[in-house]
Design a protein around this ligand. Structure first.
Ligand SMILES: *Cc1c(COP(=O)(O)O)cnc(C)c1O
Length: 363
């Protein structure tokens, strides 16, 4: 028995990658190292965000504006909801902690597909709730299995659409069937971290469920297409009653000044978003073409990363790729022992990735 609470002892911690400079030092590498491991925007931050933050740098002696007033107002306008329907946090992952803390009593259940985004598992343990997790089907959330798995004490269901680490999405029809089947008191979390990358007409309009008065929480983030992962800003959209409960458990001043200022400016940067989407779509096509030629199994993705199976233990491949100056994400903790989640980079980065992969897999 350790010192911590039993549920805390049971948490399998989230394992982030090492800093690029540490990798360089440890392996004695020279030249560029590219990191395609965390689904970050390879084009960098929105230039409008950078400009706004530069102007605000000197005001960091003050605490941030606690309610993130201007960003909340801008997001409410953007989504056509009230300001009491938005909660901004230190990344959408922070909202996930608030969700289980606010809504699940110890021992009650929280449902998700197994091999869904790993943080759902962690925040369930943090609340000492019980995890229900039917398997994915064909690398995709199985919403009918998930619906059937819901039990009388289920408080929250987490759905990553598209899923991380598999990059697959559920359609409007699947979402509609799920929402029709799930009891109305269950809070359904639609995590749409990659939403802005997706053009497909069958991507679910989850705002519809909100307008119908359903208990849903939509999660969005500035970490992906906006290129602002370092600022840690994500947010929830839900009915006022749900937002009010989340606000009660919120850490004061959780959204820092740079985050508020930078994200507000990034909202207006349509050009950066357009280019990010374009570079990503082209990069994905390039990777598919080459990976197919190499005879490697991958899962077509709607997001800015691709699930790739190298057909052998991913750990030595990971290490060899690092020595080639390319960092990609093994996903063993998702029980995919031979696979990687590879972020789509710039054309140049994608070519370097493929060169390294060819060399490593041949060796
Ligand atoms: C990247 C990602 C997020 C974003 O988390 P932030 O805390 O906002 O950076 C959320 N959900 C999923 C599924 C993701 O892949």
């Amino acid at each position: 028995m350790g010192l911590a609470r039993r549920n805390v002892e049971e948490i399998r911690p989230y394992v982030p990658g090492k800093p690029v400079e540490e990798v360089r030092r440890e392996l004695g590498l020279s030249g560029t190292i590219i990191k395609l491991a965390s689904n970050e925007n390879p084009l960098g931050a929105s230039p409008l965000a950078v400009k706004a933050m530069r102007k605000a740098l000197k005001s960091n002696n003050f605490y941030p504006e606690d309610g993130a007033y201007y960003l909340t107002r801008a997001l409410a306008q953007k989504h056509g909801v009230g300001e009491d329907q938005i909660l901004i946090a230190n990344g959408s992952v922070e909202v996930m902690y608030y969700i289980t803390t606010a809504f699940a009593n110890p021992g009650e259940s929280v449902a998700m597909n197994d091999q869904a985004f790993i943080l759902y598992r962690i925040v369930t343990k943090v609340a000492d709730a019980r995890r229900i997790a039917p398997p994915l089907k064909n690398y995709t959330h199985d919403l009918s299995a998930l619906c059937l798995a819901v039990e009388p004490d289920t408080k929250v269901v987490f759905i990553a659409n598209p899923n991380n680490p598999t990059g697959t999405m559920n359609t409007q029809q699947e979402a509609d069937e799920f929402m029709a089947g799930v009891p109305p008191n269950v809070i359904v979390v639609w995590d749409e971290a990659y939403r802005e990358y997706i053009d497909r007409p069958d991507y679910p309009d989850t705002m519809k469920y909100l307008r119908e008065g359903r208990n849903i929480i939509i999660l969005r983030t500035f970490s992906k297409i906006y290129g602002l992962a370092g600022l840690r800003v994500g947010y929830a959209i839900a009915k006022p009653e749900i937002i009010a409960a989340l606000r009660k458990v919120r850490v004061p001043f959780n959204v820092n000044t740079m985050g508020q200022v930078g994200c507000l400016a990034a909202l207006d940067d349509a050009e950066h978003i357009r280019r990010s989407k374009e570079v990503n779509a082209e990069g994905r096509e390039f990777l598919y073409k080459v990976l197919s030629k190499m005879g490697l199994f991958y899962v077509p993705s709607v997001a800015n990363f691709v699930y790739l199976d190298v057909g052998r233990d991913s750990l030595p491949v990971f290490q060899a790729m690092q020595r080639e100056g390319v960092i990609i994400r093994p996903i063993k903790e998702y029980d995919f022992p031979n696979s990687f989640r590879v972020s789509v980079g710039t054309p140049r980065q994608n070519r370097k990735l493929i060169r390294a992969l060819k060399k490593v897999l041949k060796g």
